[in-house]
Ligand binder design. Structure first.
Ligand code: HEM
Length: 497
């Protein structure tokens, strides 16, 4: 009888002890606590709250309740999620150095990619050297000027193919078409060869390899949440990525070896021709570093850019008035019979506003690449982010912040005619390319190439949706993973303008 009456008291004391332990655990640093967040379940933590839909949307809903900086447990790992422009400024500007490290997904470790590539290296001398190759050998203003003939040639190819399809009223998969064009721009810049062909389905292999790697490295993977599972690779994600990467490396080796054997003596002025020159290019003599660099160019550059074109075309097809306005501007600003050139883009103000609005509403990098706190950092007035924590920046919700954007869910390029916002990482309410020292290394190429492709596709053709489909039938749902693509690929029929 006595034992029974003591039971509630013991239980209450025990509960108080557990609550105190949790509270002390959260109060980590000089009276600061971990940011708030939903209560985690045993073992899985908060995984069930994020992976029952689109992670960027699930995290946006949680941020409404827990605020612009929140903590979640995914399995055994702690993640801090940033969901407002002000908090993004804290992380990406005020504490840029401490948060410039990456949390590397297990699949990225395939063929040591995570240890060798720009996107995943810590900000060390190797990373600086590789970024320098991007900045000087590939995407400096001078280099981009000298390679603009390559992009013009590929866009001409694209337009010539679309013209052929006009005659047969063929329905085209816009994303696929643009992926091939961008892939060839990149392969011409590196090796002076086309790795794919718009006219042959069998030549889509490289596009598919790139897509498989992209998907594998951004899909949820148990090994990332339970690090002890890494050796087992239980979902086989790293194995799949390794297989595709290996195939890509073999293709790269073939082209490099051919050049090294001197089988192709024509001077090309491509990246391969410059391999033997300069100290910073010395690292490229290592086969693994070279192949990781080339792989990264394709995986970082192809789908991100192609998806942006696809989302923009989808929005314009849904909004015929805006489509007419862009076309009218292009006709007015560019001489009849002349191709659109990169230098024309700065004159096309409405097109630029459309691009910004597309980046805002459909940031293909819904999350910036994951960061990691290199040391324990105090963030804002109350919180602490402990060393080693994964930091995720929800770009998707930041560019829909109601406090910054009027009617954030509405596609309205006009907002950018009134409000001049830069998209190169200086403004935290719109940063499709990220910000800080880890900002996108291909930004300079993307801001030339993406609008050039869109303007060229609109210049020559009127676009119609497939038979029986109206603008309201375009499915705007997204795929999971990064980059975010349209779940149902956009299809449209070109007609001679
Ligand atoms: C519309 C096209 C593109 C978009 C929206 C985009 C977006 C991004 C974003 C959001 C990041 C992460 C930045 C951060 O963590 O703060 C990134 C990183 C990166 N991007 Fe892009 N990107 C695009 C095109 C390209 C192209 C064409 C290339 C190269 C061919 C490229 C190469 C890279 C690389 C190497 C990084 C890693 C940089 C580092 O960690 O130091 N991107 N990109």
């Amino acid at each position: 009888m006595e034992a029974i009456s003591w039971a509630p008291l013991v239980l209450a004391l025990f509960s108080i002890l557990i609550i105190r332990t949790i509270a002390i655990g959260r109060r980590l640093h000089k009276g600061r606590t971990l940011p708030p967040g939903p209560r985690p379940l045993p073992i899985i933590g908060n995984l069930h709250q994020v992976f029952d839909g689109m992670p960027h949307r699930c995290l946006a809903r949680l941020a409404e309740k827990y605020g612009p900086i929140m903590t979640l447990r995914f399995g055994q790992t702690t993640t801090v999620v940033i969901s407002s422009p002000d908090m993004a400024r804290e992380v990406l500007q005020k504490h840029d150095q401490a948060f410039s490290y990456r949390a590397i997904p297990d699949a990225i470790r395939a063929l040591r990619h995570g240890d060798l590539s720009v996107a995943w290296l810590p900000p060390n001398p190797e990373w600086r050297n590789l970024r320098m190759i991007y900045n000087t050998e590939l995407f400096s203003t001078k280099r981009l000027e000298s390679t603009k003939v390559v992009r013009a040639q590929q866009v001409r190819e694209l337009i010539s193919y679309v013209s052929e399809c006009c005659l047969s009223r063929k329905t085209l998969n816009i994303g696929e078409l643009v992926s091939v064009t961008i892939l060839n721009v990149l392969s011409r810049t590196i090796f002076s060869v086309d790795l794919s062909d718009l006219r042959s389905e069998s030549s889509l292999e490289v596009v598919q390899l790139v897509q498989t790697i992209m998907k594998g490295t951004s899909e949820p993977n148990l090994a990332d949440f339970f690090p002890w599972l890494k050796v087992l690779d239980p979902l086989g994600v790293r194995r799949r990525v390794t297989k595709s990467m290996k195939k890509l490396h073999d293709i790269f080796d073939e082209h490099v070896d051919r050049r090294l054997r001197g089988e192709d003596a024509t001077p090309h002025d491509d990246l391969l021709d410059r391999l033997p020159h300069g100290d910073k290019m010395e690292c490229m003599h290592d086969r693994f570093i070279r192949n990781a660099f080339f792989t990264e160019l394709f995986i970082a550059g192809t789908e991100t850019s192609a998806n942006t074109v696809e989302w923009t075309m989808a929005e314009l097809l849904r909004n015929p008035v805006m489509m007419a306005k862009v076309k009218e501007e292009i006709e007015r600003m560019i001489e009849p019979g002349k191709e659109v050139e990169e230098s024309d883009i700065e004159k096309l103000h409405y097109l630029q506003a459309v691009m910004k609005e597309s980046f805002r509403l459909h940031p293909t990098a819904a999350f910036l690449l994951p960061r990691r706190a290199e040391r324990t950092v105090d963030v804002g007035d109350h919180y602490v982010v402990p060393e080693g924590t994964r930091v995720v920046i929800n770009n998707w919700v930041i560019s829909r912040d109601k406090r910054v954007w009027e009617d954030p869910e509405v596609f309205s390029p006009e907002r950018f005619l009134k409000k001049d916002i830069d998209i190169r990482g200086r403004e935290f309410e719109l940063m499709p390319f990220g910000s800080g020292r880890r900002i996108c290394a291909g930004l300079q190429l993307a801001v030339r190439m993406v609008p050039l492709i869109i303007a060229s596709l609109l210049r020559g053709f009127d676009w119609q949706l497939p038979e029986g489909m109206g603008p309201e039938d375009i499915d705007m749902r997204e795929t999971q993973g990064i980059p975010v693509a349209m779940a149902v690929p956009l299809r449209a029929v070109p007609l001679a303008a």
